[in-house]
Ligand binder design. Structure first.
Ligand code: ATP
Ligand code: MG
Length: 328
């Protein structure tokens, strides 16, 4: 069975973009692949976090994963910080990453270009830790949204560099991005990615938004004045974003949606998207509340960390031997 690894940072509120671009893929793949899904809490602290909020976000995230349909019997779910092998291999990866390489990572470049002061060293080296997250498990595939593709490329480069310098040690991973839904955009600025940690409440649908509030956001989404329903992300990005959301949630192919709406107005389409999002959130949140009221999360994480550690620790031991860190 091929292996797959992915993670999500417990920062901010999980969005519809995270669901469509990442979680729904995990669910689709969980029967076909051996999956490791972790909560990237060590990546979360690369920007300042309030401890109480981080804890809450982490719990919400796991409950949401489960509510979305991730099955802990099929998927190994754990907290990154519960498996110290991540940072241990992360250090070796940091020492194999070139400064020039990290300088080219667009996420860091974007954040520093915005003139944010007090960017942390952790934020800078986070792609090296992410490489470790992936390489520890010999992942064949890494399902990610478009924004993370560059980081998986770095993981590939680091794997190849290490394999060439020492001897074959790591599987070189391949990023998997969905054909549609790899990038969901802000409802207010369809050129900007919908993001959980950026302040854009009107443009972002959080998975824990009141369904009625979410519907309103869809109804007031920015579109265009072409007055023609077509799927053309370049020319009509706002409208195409809505069609994409509808297609992903209803599983109806984009072409069929467009055909159904021939000659119809944007208002009608928005209403269907709004209603679909409403129902999706309502059902998801009912499952979420039941999970939050139960005590299953602790056990799932404990078991997940034990299972992950077995594999990860073996890999670290191998790496330490090859690098010359361990003596025996
Ligand atoms: P942050 O603003 O904290 O970076 P984020 O929303 O970008 O939050 P991440 O934790 O960075 O979320 O990413 C989690 C997963 O969700 C990744 O696989 C990422 O590619 C995917 N993802 C994030 N935003 C979107 C989006 N708008 N459309 C599709 N996929 C997305
Ligand atoms: Mg992100």
């Amino acid at each position: 069975m091929k292996r797959m690894v992915s993670g999500i940072k417990p920062t901010g509120k999980l969005t519809l973009g995270n669901y469509i671009g990442a979680i729904s893929q995990f669910i689709q793949y969980q029967d076909e692949y051996e999956m490791f899904i972790f909560i990237a809490n060590q990546h979360a602290i690369t920007v300042a976090q309030d401890a109480k909020e981080l804890r809450q976000n982490t719990k919400n995230l796991i409950a949401l994963y489960l509510a979305c349909g991730l099955d802990p019997k099929k998927v190994t779910m754990f907290l990154q910080s519960d498996v110290p092998a991540h940072t241990t291999l992360g250090w070796v990866m940091t020492c194999n990453s070139y400064i020039g390489e990290l300088n080219r990572m667009t996420q860091f470049k974007d954040k520093s270009a915005k003139g944010e002061v007090n960017l942390t060293a952790g934020l800078y080296t986070y792609p090296s830790l992410m490489a470790a997250d992936i390489l520890l498990y010999d992942a064949d595939y890494v399902p990610v949204g478009v924004d993370q593709k560059q980081h998986v490329e770095l993981a590939r480069n680091l794997a190849e560099r290490f394999n060439n310098r020492y001897s074959p040690t790591f599987v070189v991973p391949t990023p998997l991005t969905p054909k549609i839904g790899a990038k969901i955009y802000s409802l207010q600025n369809p050129l900007k990615k919908m993001s959980k940690s950026e302040e854009d409440p009107k443009g972002t649908i959080a998975l824990l938004d009141e369904p009625a509030v979410a519907r309103k956001k869809i109804m007031s989404a920015v579109t265009d004045s072409f007055a023609c329903i077509a799927y053309d992300p370049q020319k009509q990005p706002g409208l195409s974003n809505l069609i994409q959301i509808l297609s992903c949630l209803s599983q109806e192919p984009i072409e069929e949606i467009v055909k159904r709406y021939e000659g119809k107005g944007y208002g009608e389409l928005k209403k269907e998207v709004g209603d679909t999002v409403y129902t999706f959130l309502e059902q998801l949140q009912a499952r979420y509340r039941a999970i939050m009221d139960s005590n299953i999360i602790e056990d799932i994480l404990k078991e997940g960390a034990q299972k992950a550690s077995l594999i990860a620790n073996k890999k670290v031991a191998k790496v330490h031997r090859k690098v010359g860190l361990s003596l025996f």
